[in-house]
Structure formats: structure tokens, C-alpha cells
Design a protein around this ligand. Sequence first.
Ligand code: ATP
Ligand code: MG
Length: 414
Amino acid sequence: MRVYILTIGNEILLGETLDTNMAEIARGLVEAGADVSGHLTIGDEVGAIARAVRDALAGADAVIVTGGLGPTPDDVTQEGIAEALSVALHVDEEIVARVRERFRRIGRTMPEINVRQAEVPDGAVVLPNPVGTAPGLRMESGRAILYVLPGVPSEMRAILEASVLPEIRARSQAPAPVIHLVRTAGIPESEIAERLAALGGVAGLSLAFLPDPSFGVDLRFVFRGTPEPERADALALARRSLGEAIYTECHGARSAVTLEVALGEALRARGATIALAESCTGGLIAKRVTDVAGSSDYFLGGFVTYANDAKIRDLGVDPALLAEHGAVSEPVARAMAEGARTRFGATYGLSVTGIAGPGGGTPEKPVGLVWLGLATPDGVQARRLQVPGDRRWVRARTAQLALDWLRREARRTP
Ligand code: ATP
Ligand code: MG
């Protein structure tokens, strides 16, 4: 089943709205076993919408349109579709009654302009909208189905899942692909690609690399028609090649297990606790650790010690170390980690000190230089990073690498 996606809205063409609907619809379609044959974004203009809808219908089994269904004069998707299918618009009294009722329930009378929302092309079947006023529509043209959904993402999603995807799933001849997600941290995309080169020969497998500075690299395995033993072999090869860089994996395209969730699981399994001493990340690591509900089980607390005096006062860093080596140095990172560990009485103390930029770099200590310290019951370790990118990127990458180091350490310790 070939499905074409049309997103409508001037604000998308102006770059003000990011077209997340396209991505969401495409993911849903792939999981439903359909092929997305193309995508186009067009402005709120009747003629352009009509042409695009006609072209899309000519080359696909189904077309999904979103956006421009609202009551304001700039929303002209219904007109465009009526023109494309050479049908007239009529007011659907049931929709008017439903919209009137929604307004009544919140103690308002429906503005007459909202009647526009109830204008639907002749022959359209209304798809109920459980979360808003703009209804979805379903029409047929030749052998193709045309679905029209509102632009508001929550409303689009509700109708897509309730009315569109079930029908597409039922009509797709191809069996739904088997999707498996593998999430990694602490290993560059290019190195993953090298290690997994042998997977290029697995029939029916398409492997997507999804890198993100704060989440590492996600690997999405999409198997189409690959027999189960070969799927299992492919995943086993990935596990062997990537080892402990994998922090979680699951069936399906999405996972709620972030790196900080995986870290929390590793700490909890060992009854271990952590304390933090952050400088250039300014609390970013603490923020991510505490994004996880229940993190009070293992997170004792932390210091954001930006000034040298704070490192001395709050963490007990020896002023002589700061004077001799500077704040961004191995001895200071070690002392910060040990200070956090002992002051909080934690199993692990994790520290970060670095130069996030754009200023403050020198030839010996360039922007992006970061020292991490990790104090454990067996002693203190330090690690030097040279993180590329701007300030935001340096901080995000540093937090990610620090959390990952701690995760690996916590997992290794029995
Ligand atoms: P409304 O009844 O709110 O007018 P609508 O169906 O007319 O809904 P639009 O006016 O096109 O939809 O968009 C409403 C809002 O939904 C936009 O301001 C935007 O925030 C969001 N939106 C629209 N299209 C998209 C899209 N493709 N991706 C993400 N968000 C979108
Ligand atoms: Mg609108």
C-alpha cells in the first residue's frame, strides 16, 4: 500500500511550525506496513491544494492531508479538496451540533464563524475527533482513499490512530515489518557503522542510525520478510559488536528507557548511590538524573561549583591544586569527585570541569576541553574529553558522556 502525505499551512512554509505531523504520520504508516511514497508541504491556497491533492491521488493508494481545517478564513483545505474532486461543499449539521455542544459545555455560545468548520465536501464520511472540534474526513476517488485530518498535532494523532491506521493496516498486503530499537551511548555513529558493516548483507533489513547529542545513537532495525532466525542472528551480531555501549533495547520503534533511566536501574540493582559536582554543565547532569521518577532512591544530591571558591568551600578542593593546575585539570576533577562522594556519603561521586566556550579557551586548554572525575569505593579515576561544537553542544555531550561513564561503571561493579 502506497501512501502519500500532504501537510498544509503557510506557517510550515515560513519555517515557523516544524512539520512534526509528517514525521508522526510516516512512522505510523511504516509500522502499519504501508510504504510512504512521498510528501509535500503546500500553503493555504485553494488552487495549490487542489492541484497537489489531484496529483497525489493519481499515484497512491491513499493520501493523508493534514492542516487548514479550522474555522478561520485562512483555513481553506476543504475548498481545495472539493475543487480537486469536483464536488460541492455542504454544511454537515451533525458537526455543527457537536461543535455547538462543545462550546455550551465550557459555558460559551459558538461563534457563527465555526459553522465553516462543518463545511465538508459532498460524499465525505466524517471521522470523529475525540479531542477537539475539527473533524477528520474520509473520501474515495477512483481506487484511492483520501483522509483529511486537522493540523493540531493532538487532534491529528487521535484521528490517525482511531480511524486511519486501522484501515491502512487491514489493507496492507505486506506483513507489518518487525521493528527493533537498540539504544547506544558513548560510541560514535561512524564507529557503529563500521562494526555493523556485516549487517549490510541481511536480506530485508533496513537499519536507520538516529544520532542525538543527548541520547546517543539509536539504531532502528526494520525487518521486512526476514525470517526469525536471521533476525535473531542480526541482533546477536549487533549485541556482540556493540557490547556495553547498548544501554537498552526493545521491540517496536520507541522506548521510554533513556540513558538516565538505564543508569538508575543499574544503581538501584546494586543498592548504590551517587553525588555530583558540576561546573561547566551547570546542573544539567542533576537535571537529567532527576528527570527519572524515583531517582531519590539513588541520587543523594550535588553541587554546582562554578567559582573556584565554591569548589574549595563546598567540595574541599585544595586551593593549591587550583593554583597549580587550574580549575579545568585532572587533579581538580579528581578532588571534586572525591569531595562530592565523601560529603554526601555516596557510593559514587561524579565530577565535571571544562571549558564550554565560546570564550575562555587557550592553546593548552582549548574550548571543549573537559575533565571528568569518578570517585568509587575503589579509588578515583579521571577522563579527558575534547568535545567539538558550540557551548550548547559541549554541555549536552559532556552530560551524556558523564552519565554513560557512570552507567558503565555501575553495571560493571558487582
Ligand atoms: P485549527 O482548528 O486550530 O485552525 P487546523 O486544522 O486549521 O486547526 P492549522 O490551522 O493548519 O490546523 O494548524 C493549527 C496548529 O497546529 C498550527 O498553529 C500548528 O501549531 C499546528 N500544526 C499544523 N500543521 C502542523 C504540522 N504539519 N506539524 C506540526 N504542527 C502542525
Ligand atoms: Mg487553522
